[in-house]
Ligand binder design. Structure first.
Ligand code: PGA
Length: 267
């Protein structure tokens, strides 16, 4: 089965509204020459206060797809209520989001997000008709101790607990080794592919072969225009979640262009 690649930009806590608008316009200007069929699934995740500065870009070729999709960087699992500082799935949908990043290592590390919370968020996102981008990944200490696979397999099983195979199939996972995030140290692409294939086998175990075949699993951690081709040429890497290199239209568009070229060449 061929899975449509995803190129997702995680803008993290960066960009004021006017800056977010400029970056969005830079990406929009690039995608206008292509159809959503040709482009990878493009997702951008601005801060909540800049959601108003961006919008979903629909394709006009008749395919019914989107050229740019918007994501929230986090959400709460409850619909509304006394949760100061939080935002619900319905509110994100109302602000134009169709994806939500959850379980990013920065949220786990600095905001004490647990696997149980990530599971509740994933269920709320899917119930609200949006798509979760579920992040997982090991620390350098865990890698050196040889527990990478068992750690990640535990994160994935916990995140997908109680979710139907149909919903797992539509979800997205991002494998982001923590030591490779924002450090310039990219994980060797064969090793990233090996871990992602391992994640796919865990998905198969919990949700069946069809879901494992359909689910898109991304690599994240210092992805740049110079690394994307090798990463995308690997069998199980279905795209990238990009931090630093997604903050400039030039580098993000170059990553999209290179992904598109490889996808078209493979057809
Ligand atoms: P990076 O961030 O590309 O800056 O390493 C990736 C991420 O944290 O999603």
């Amino acid at each position: 089965m061929s899975r449509k690649p995803i190129i997702a930009g995680n803008w993290k806590m960066n960009l004021l509204q006017s800056e977010a608008k400029d970056l969005f316009e830079g990406i929009k200007g690039f995608v206008k020459d292509y159809t959503a069929v040709e482009l990878p699934t493009i997702v951008i995740a601005p801060v909540f206060t800049s959601l108003a500065a961006v919008e979903t870009v629909k394709c006009d070729c008749g395919c019914g797809g989107n050229k740019i999709n918007i994501a929230g960087q986090n959400c709460h699992w409850e619909k509304s209520g006394a949760y100061t500082g939080e935002v619900s799935v319905e509110m994100l949908a109302d602000a134009g989001c169709s994806y939500v990043i959850i379980g990013h290592s920065e949220r786990r590390q600095y905001f004490s997000e647990t696997d149980e919370m990530i599971n509740k968020k994933a269920k709320a996102i899917l119930a609200g008709g949006l798509i979760p981008i579920i992040c997982c990944g090991e620390t350098l200490e865990q890698r050196e101790a040889g527990v990478t696979d068992s750690w990640i397999s535990g994160q994935i099983k916990a995140a997908l607990e109680g979710i139907s195979s149909e919903d797992v199939a539509k979800s997205v996972i991002a494998y982001e080794p923590i030591w490779a995030i924002g450090t310039g140290k990219t994980c060797d692409s064969d090793e990233a592919n090996r871990v992602i294939a391992m994640i796919r086998s865990v998905v198969k175990e919990v949700a069946g072969a069809e879901a494992a075949d359909a689910i898109r699993i991304l690599y994240g951690g210092s992805v740049k225009p110079s690394t994307i081709e090798e990463q995308m040429s690997k069998s199980d890497i279905d795209g990238a979640l990009i931090g630093g290199a997604s903050l400039k239209a030039d580098s993000f568009n170059e990553i999209i262009a290179k992904t598109m070229k490889l996808t078209l060449a493979a057809k």
